[in-house]
Ligand binder design. Structure first.
Ligand code: ADP
Ligand code: 5GP
Length: 189
């Protein structure tokens, strides 16, 4: 029987570079990671895939998942619902995988309350100007949605000290290597 894997929570404001950093280390075999695929009611972005980035569901199906207790945590973020399927997280952790949740701050606080041993990491931008540049540069949202996400970022950044680690995404490779080292340290405990 393998030891149960870690539960790793990664948060940070929209556009800070979570997805970009994740890609650098998520397939590193020494980290034994499994990315938890969330359920969302938001529309699929170009290049995203069902079951890879998210499970894209209707509002009715999302509500049903809440009612049936299928979600470890869930939250609304700028008009859409997001949640972590509990069963899959448990199955992977029981296989010895370190499960990575890339979730926003409300959901992260629910996980912190339920799983005291979760490893929590918050990613910050070098500055608000740089955050705005990145989210605009990505070009995946309308101007209105970008404004809402930037407004939301201030409140999210205010919660960073609730996390065990705060990592600055000044440089993608440096930030990815810092997170890799944090995970390795916790795997060795
Ligand atoms: P998130 O997943 O946090 O919403 P993304 O990973 O989609 O953010 O990154 C947002 C944009 O910022 C992307 O266009 C990405 O290429 C860019 N980006 C990410 N990290 C950096 C960095 N360290 N320096 C410059 N640009 C970055
Ligand atoms: P996006 O629409 O940019 O993919 O995600 C918006 C926000 O929702 C990000 O902060 C992302 O981390 C968060 N998110 C993604 N999946 C989940 C989830 O399952 N639960 C919660 N609470 N937040 C999530």
């Amino acid at each position: 029987m393998e030891n149960k894997g870690l539960l790793i929570v990664l948060s940070g404001p929209s556009g800070v570079g979570k997805g970009t950093i994740l890609k650098k280390f998520v397939n590193d075999p020494s980290l034994k990671l499994a990315f938890s695929v969330s359920m969302t009611t938001r529309a699929k972005r170009e290049g995203e895939e069902e079951g890879v980035n998210y499970y894209y569901v209707t509002k009715e199906r999302f509500q049903e998942a809440i009612d049936n207790g299928e979600l470890l945590e869930h939250a609304e973020f700028v008009g859409n619902c997001y949640g972590t399927p509990l069963k899959e997280v448990e199955r992977l952790r029981n296989e010895g995988k370190n499960v990575l949740l890339e979730i926003e701050v409300q959901g992260a606080q629910q996980v912190m309350a339920k799983a005291k041993d979760a490893l929590t990491i918050f990613i910050v931008p070098p500055s608000m100007e740089e955050l705005e540049k990145r989210i605009r540069g990505r070009g995946t949202e309308s101007n209105d949605v970008i404004e809402s996400r930037l407004a939301k970022a201030k409140g999210e950044l205010a919660l960073k000290d609730k996390y065990e680690y705060v990592v600055c995404n000044d440089d993608v490779d440096r930030a990815a290597s810092e997170i890799t080292n944090i995970i390795k340290k916790h795997m060795a405990k």
